[in-house]
Design a protein. Structure first.
Length: 257
């Protein structure tokens, strides 16, 4: 009979590359805690990973480390995400669409200052959007742009996962009709594309290039919606004539690109 008091083995142990990244990413006083969390909560106890060895688990453990950016509470949040659905952790960390992406990731050493300013990046995006949206009748309130018409139209700029060397942004365009119609940008990458989700900004990338990409997508995908779907009758026609067919319905209310 098994001893009920015996602690279950939840490993396998951390690989040498996992340990190396922990030691780079975390301050000395946090390293053992980080290693213990990875061993106990990011191992063979994860669904469908029961038979993975230390090397096969690197993708998931590196994802948790990248998500944490050297912060223990964020590491704990990453591991809760992994326990719920590790695919969401891979997506959040940019490791979902390329099975080798985690091997190319090198963490920023503990104690070094951030190399990006997300607030400044967001301001750059909003300044470029203003040139397009204000002439269309939109007004800005914080991170949301709104145009009040028969069908109110909104564009929200959302900041995604951010570390000291990388951040990403997403847009949500909403037509407040019945049913509500929602468009998410950027378009999700195909599963065969080695591309991360979101508008990804790496340290030393061009801020103007990021903002230009966002605006180009708004012009291509959202501006036609803003110009056509300002009335309830046009929204109804959009469903009737198949305009919204390329979009995936979500619970009968929101439609996601």
């Amino acid at each position: 009979m098994a001893d009920p008091l015996r602690k279950a083995i939840v490993g396998p142990p951390l690989s040498p590359e996992t340990i190396r990244r922990v030691d780079i990413l975390f301050l000395p006083e946090d390293r053992e805690r980080a290693k213990t969390l990875l061993y106990e909560r990011c191992g063979n106890t994860l669904p469908f990973l029961e038979k993975k060895d230390m090397y096969q688990l690197e993708r998931f453990r590196f994802a948790a480390l990248k998500y944490s950016d050297g912060n223990i509470p964020m590491l704990e949040a990453a591991l809760r995400l992994a326990q719920s659905d590790w695919r969401d952790l891979l997506m959040a960390s940019g490791f979902a669409h390329d099975i080798e992406a985690h091997r190319r990731w090198e963490p920023k050493p503990a104690g070094e200052a951030a190399e990006i300013d997300p607030l400044h990046l967001a301001a750059t995006i909003h300044n470029r959007l203003a040139e397009l949206l204000i002439p269309l009748g939109f007004e800005r309130n914080g991170d949301e742009w709104r145009r009040d018409c028969e069908v109110p139209q909104m564009l929200l700029v959302r900041q995604g996962l951010t570390s000291r060397t990388q951040t990403r942004f997403f847009l949500r365009i909403t037509l407040a009709a019945k049913p509500v119609v929602v468009l998410h940008l950027p378009k999700l990458p195909r599963m065969d594309e080695a591309r991360e989700q979101g508008y990804v900004f790496q340290a030393r990338d061009s801020e103007e290039a990021l903002a230009a990409t966002v605006v180009e997508d708004v012009i291509r995908y959202a501006q036609p919606w803003f110009q056509r779907f300002a009335s309830a009758s046009e929204v109804r026609r959009g469903f009737e004539d198949g305009t919204f067919n390329p979009h995936l319905p979500v619970e009968g209310q929101a439609w996601m690109f």
